[in-house]
Design a protein around this ligand. Structure first.
Ligand code: ADP
Ligand code: MG
Length: 474
């Protein structure tokens, strides 16, 4: 069992580690290291951590710099909110300072000037593809295996009629851009004469607007009509831009006519793209449309390990499992968590990282996930009941009169959209079969487009449940 003293020591060590990690620049870290070397000790007096320093000037100076940030770090590490950090003059600190100065004198004798001027490399032209977004770095799993298979097939043989266009859709941070660029890398590697263009639809739109204002449509068209492989990322941004859609339609048709490959990514499937010309939607569906889903636990673990290969540290297994278990919403979120861990290790070499530390470090990340996850079907049903003024029992009954039938379908729709549960799970909760739920959600989906009142009601319920209406429309 740990004694109270070792617990406090752990608390302090962890707090300092957390504080160091919060320092962004190397200068700040080295300043802290210099200063901390002069701190004689830290002792706990009631709820105060007392740090010994050499003189009053230093005490005031360090207090102004560190008292507050160290206090927050202690709280983050698990100390009571009343905790204080106090700097005080002590004999031990004076002694330490004398020893330090002695050492410095010694060191100066042997030191010689050794100055390196680090030159920044000349600014190269922008790299169109992220060098890390290759097939080799892409981890395959059930959530993306179909998309991966098509991607590799296209990479080998871009263009033509099969798999063209390739439309990849799915939630944020699930690897759409990565997979799309992997195709680009592969094609360029195999045949450097191929012209590959990666562009986000936002940039594409901006270039179009510039071309319009510079009256230079000719070169804009030329540029985009001589491409072998067009990678158009986040195509949802072209919604509502009618004039641009017209131009894009022409560019697109032209590429297709000449058998060039087009790949698009989007956060929704084509049919859910709002404010998009019908003819474009039809075209987008002519090739192959594939969703990338959220990765399973095993895939998350494999992705994490593969990302960690590039970092200089050995990360313990328990950290990988901890992140994979707790961060599920996107690969990007997992990478963010891993980066925090790496930053912690960078700032605190020699300190063994474990699950407890990870829990403290990733507290906010995990809380965000819980907020997203926590909504139950039950809560949704209750919220819908109160809006439509129907009872819970009615909701589960076979009564199909209005407004009960609508309320039930709205609840099914929200349950599908907001909980991430599959249709069979939702069906189970509603004591219906899964085609009924499918029909219910599709009915609401269609009605939303033509009934603004219904849309508003559904958005209000969503907000009441603490979620964003934007989550519904995909
Ligand atoms: P999206 O475009 O879907 O929002 P990205 O392609 O930008 O997502 O991916 C976000 C991050 O997650 C990137 O760093 C990417 O390398 C990584 N990533 C996503 N899926 C995978 C995977 N299956 N294997 C390896 N890395 C992945
Ligand atoms: Mg992307």
């Amino acid at each position: 069992m740990q004694t109270e003293t070792t617990l406090r020591a752990d608390l302090w060590t962890l707090a300092v580690a957390l504080y160091k990690m919060s320092l962004r620049s190397a200068e700040d870290i080295s300043r802290w290291d210099r200063h901390a070397a002069a701190f004689a000790s830290h002792e706990l007096e009631g709820d105060k951590f007392v740090i010994g320093v050499t003189d009053q000037y230093a005490a005031d100076y360090y207090a102004s710099l560190y008292a507050e940030p160290l206090r927050s770090a202690l709280i983050q590490a698990g100390a009571q909110p009343e905790v204080k950090v106090v700097f005080r003059v002590t004999e031990k600190a004076k002694e330490l300072e004398r020893e330090k100065q002695e050492k410095e004198r010694e060191a100066r004798k042997t030191q010689h000037e050794d100055v390196h001027v680090v030159r920044r490399p000349a600014f190269a032209s922008t790299v169109p593809l992220n060098p890390n977004y290759t097939f080799d770095n892409f981890v395959k799993g059930p959530s993306n295996s179909f998309a991966y298979a098509i991607a590799t097939a296209i990479a080998k043989e871009p263009g033509g009629n099969t798999n063209n266009p390739f439309f990849i859709w799915g939630g944020a941070g699930l690897g759409k851009t990565h997979l799309m660029q992997a195709i680009g890398h592969h094609v360029m590697q195999r045949d450097p004469s191929k012209s590959v263009c990666y562009i986000t639809s936002e940039t594409f739109l901006n270039e179009y607007i510039n071309a319009l204002s510079n009256r230079d449509m000719e070169s804009f068209r030329k540029r985009y009509r001589n491409i072998d492989l067009l990678l158009l990322d986040d195509v949802q941004f072209i919604g509502g831009k009618e004039q641009f859609q017209e131009e894009f339609f022409n560019t697109y048709s032209n590429l297709m006519t000449y058998g060039r490959q087009v790949i698009m990514t989007c956060d929704v499937p084509p049919k859910r793209l709002s404010n998009l010309e019908e003819r474009l939607i039809t075209r987008f569906q002519q090739g192959i449309v594939i969703e990338i889903e959220s990765p399973s636990y095993e895939t998350r673990l494999a992705i994490l390990k593969s990302k960690a290969k590039n970092c200089r540290h050995r990360i313990p297994e328990e950290i990988f499992t901890f992140i994979s278990e707790n961060i599920k919403s996107s690969v990007r979120a997992m990478e963010g968590a891993l980066n925090l861990i790496v930053r912690f290790i960078d700032a605190n070499p020699g300190m063994e990282i474990n699950q407890q530390i990870a829990r403290v470090l990733l507290k906010e990340h995990i809380e965000e996930e819980v907020v997203i996850k926590r909504l139950s079907i039950d809560e949704i049903v209750k919220a819908v009941c109160s809006t439509y003024d129907v009872t819970y029992a009615d909701m589960l009954s076979n009564n199909r009169t209005q407004p009960l039938a609508t309320a039930r379908q709205v609840a099914m729709f929200l349950a599908r959209k907001l909980t991430g549960n599959s249709t069979p799970t939702v069906a189970n909760e509603f004591k219906r079969n899964h085609t009924t739920v499918l029909h219910g959600t599709q009915t609401i989906q269609k009605r939303i487009d033509v009934e603004p009142e219904l849309k508003k009601t559904i958005e209000q319920i969503t907000e009441q449940l603490g979620r964003k209406p934007s989550e519904l429309f995909y």
